[in-house]
Design a protein around this ligand. Structure first.
Ligand SMILES: Cc1cc2nc3c(=O)[nH]c(=O)nc-3n(C[C@H](O)[C@H](O)[C@H](O)COP(=O)(O)OP(=O)(O)OC[C@H]3O[C@@H](n4cnc5c(N)ncnc54)[C@H](O)[C@@H]3O)c2cc1C
Length: 200
């Protein structure tokens, strides 16, 4: 990101220069390939039924003991069951054994789903940080590099806030809307992690 011609100069800040480029890196599960950031991939798989026998307005429903959960979307049901991930952490294929397990569990817990075929399944990668919280701010020791990484599987929900906060950090030199100290990139090296509890 470079100041646009005629843009008002940002307030003086140790992390902001008006001459140099400033770059934001948000490479998700691949972030550690681009910078020294403690983010690792974690595969998450989804199965989608061909139709739905459930009410359209059924809320997302979660079984706390193993994290199995379902969502009714557009006349289909999304089935999700967390696992510890694949042997190759970047593997985004769907494990046939997982597919068997998630459909069996769905039928056992929601009998209306028994016999409803799965139309398709896919997998993606969560971008896990050590404490399962985002890593946001200036990269330690890398002038001009800013990080928005490690949302740990809740990045869609947090993206608007993280985007605004990182823009404030880049332009103003500090986040204004919220105190983002608990998300500081240096917190792991400084022994100040901010551990989260459960994860879907
Ligand atoms: C199955 C599944 C279900 C999910 N459900 C939810 C949910 O319900 N709610 C929620 O909040 N979150 C959910 N998430 C998590 C959410 O998708 C992530 O937290 C979010 O996408 C992270 O955003 P990001 O921009 O950091 O990374 P990403 O969305 O992963 O984007 C990173 C991008 O960087 C690109 N990239 C990587 N390396 C390079 C490079 N060298 N050069 C250029 N580009 C590069 C990648 O191609 C990718 O497009 C889910 C994730 C999965 C896998």
């Amino acid at each position: 990101m470079k100041p646009s011609p005629g843009a008002k100069a940002p307030p003086a800040s140790p992390s902001v220069t008006t001459a140099g480029f400033r770059r934001a890196m948000s490479a998700g599960a691949w972030a550690a390939r681009l910078a020294d950031v403690p983010v690792v991939p974690l595969r998450r798989q989804v199965a989608e039924t061909a139709s739905s026998p459930l009410p359209d307005d059924m809320p997302m429903t979660l079984w706390a003991e193993d994290g199995f959960h379902l969502r009714v979307r557009d006349g289909r049901v999304l089935l999700l069951l967390p696992t510890p991930g694949a042997a190759d952490a970047y593997d985004m294929s769907v494990d046939p054994g997982w597919l068997d397990a998630v459909t069996r569990i769905a039928a056992a817990r929601v009998p209306a789903l028994a016999g409803v075929p799965v139309a398709r399944a896919w997998a993606g990668l969560y971008e896990m940080s050590p404490d399962k919280h985002a890593i946001l701010g200036a990269a330690p020791g890398r002038a001009g590099l800013y990080l928005a990484n490690g949302s740990s599987g809740h990045g869609v929900m947090h993206a608007p806030a993280l985007g605004q906060l990182l823009a404030e950090i880049i332009v103003d030199g500090a986040a204004r809307a919220l105190d983002v100290t608990p998300l500081a990139p240096g917190r792991f090296a400084e022994g100040r992690p901010n551990p989260a509890g459960g994860l879907l």
